[in-house]
Design a binder for this molecule. Structure first.
Ligand SMILES: Cc1ncc(COP(=O)(O)O)c(C=O)c1O
Length: 397
């Protein structure tokens, strides 16, 4: 028997990966499973980015890269933040990483001491709580409900703050709810942070471009707190580049230097080829991004209309990302053929085995009453999936 560290034993298995695995097992048995548990665009990486990567191979971009990324990519990120977000950063405030996930982990590990508190609104993205555990921090959850479009208020935020609070961490657009904070809503949160100068704010903006409101709003726009905001972003979602592994953070220089130091000891700079493709993404406009966003919006509208027709579930209209997060608690306690649905996890397993549709339990995101349905799938598959879900749910009594 191997005695693994407490650190790894305390870490939870990713529920999204678990559901995808169960789905694949059924598919291997020849069952037609519709997988709506994935957190990635079903589109291919745009052609011009693939071409940039091929060119990089031919031009021998094969050596170790600078830990914080190629200077030209970091400069392109500075330009992007200025042009798209009206935010001013300098080149040395940007650290490119192996995906937004690494940037998030870097920042949490660089800021949080054992016992310090990190405030996380629920529902939250699966890995936040596990990263905080790795840093030996304490997570303080704020419950955001479907009635409030899964967004927290300034009053809720202030009530969660204690002398031990070090960090606040959230995503907008949000995975798993698709909720998007407006500039005004962020202003009210920023006004609270202004009163607490020792609290840092991680603003995870990885879904920035899959956003069906007019303009993406960032909490870094508020000058009084900007120095304490760490923006996390990347290329995975907007450019359908999940497997290429390029993300970045923008922050004050001290935090950026700390992340560079940590990354320098763990992974070094991310893939040279992927960085060249990412550079091409930021140098060539938003045409492909907009086309993908329009397609997601079309699907969102179709799935929303269909989900509204499913009895016993409550669903909010997501304004960003590519997920629905319906409340399914009305089905708890119901059963079919002796199979009792006690919670959201049971319901997800039932939907997988009965409807052959793979979803993820809300428990993975800190909400036990919901399930996450990804609409990163083709339109006909989505229509078929909701029809199967509806039929399977109708069998429960
Ligand atoms: C909210 C959120 N942040 C970060 C990530 C990680 O992105 P990346 O693939 O760039 O590591 C994801 C991926 O699902 C996400 O949903």
């Amino acid at each position: 028997m191997t005695f693994l560290s407490k650190r790894i034993n305390n870490l939870s298995e990713s529920q999204t990966i678990k559901m995808a695995k169960l789905g694949r097992e059924l598919t291997a048995k020849g069952i037609d499973v519709i997988n709506l548990s994935f957190g990635e665009p079903d589109f291919f990486t745009p052609e011009h980015l693939k071409e940039a990567a091929k060119k990089a191979v031919d031009e021998n971009y094969s050596y170790y890269t600078p830990v914080s990324g190629y200077p030209e990519l970091r400069k392109a990120i500075v330009e992007k933040l200025k042009n798209e977000n009206d935010l001013t950063y300098t080149f040395d405030q940007i650290v490119v990483s192996t995906g937004a996930k690494q940037s998030l982990a870097n920042v949490v590990l660089c800021l949080v001491n054992p016992g310090e508190e990190v405030i996380v609104p629920t529902p939250y993205w699966v890995s936040y709580s596990e990263m905080i555990k790795l840093a030996e921090g304490e997570t303080v959850f704020i419950n955001a409900t479907v009635e409030h479009d899964f967004k927290i208020t300034a009053a809720q935020l202030e009530a969660a703050i204690t002398p031990k609070t070090k960090l606040f961490m959230f995503s907008s657009p949000c995975n798993p709810t698709g909720s998007v904070y407006s500039h005004e809503e962020l202003a009210s949160l920023a006004a609270v942070f202004e009163k607490y100068p020792n609290i840092y704010i991680i603003s995870d903006e990885i879904y920035e471009h899959i956003n069906f409101v007019d303009k993406h709003a960032s909490i870094a726009a508020f000058d009084a707190i900007k120095d304490r905001v760490i923006i996390i972003n990347g290329f995975s979602k907007a450019y359908a580049m999940t497997g290429w592994r390029v993300g970045y953070m923008a922050s004050n220089k001290e935090i950026a230097n700390a992340c560079d130091k940590l990354q320098g000891q763990i992974t070094s700079g991310t893939s040279s080829i992927s960085q060249r493709a990412a550079l091409a993404a930021y140098q060539n406009g938003l045409e492909t991004v907009t086309a993908m966003k329009d397609e997601f919006k079309k699907r969102r509208d179709i799935v929303y209309a269909l989900l509204k027709e499913v009895p016993g579930i409550q669903v909010n209209l997501p304004y960003g990302a590519f997920y629905f997060f319906p409340t399914v608690k009305d089905y708890f306690g119901k059963s079919v053929n002796g199979n009792v649905i006690s919670n959201a996890e049971d319901l997800c397993l039932y939907l997988l085995n009965e409807a052959h549709v793979s979803t993820v339990t809300g428990g993975a995101f800190g909400n036990e009453e919901c399930i996450r349905i990804s609409y990163a799938a083709a339109e006909d598959q989505l229509i078929e999936a909701v029809s199967r879900i509806k039929e399977a749910l109708s069998k429960l009594s």
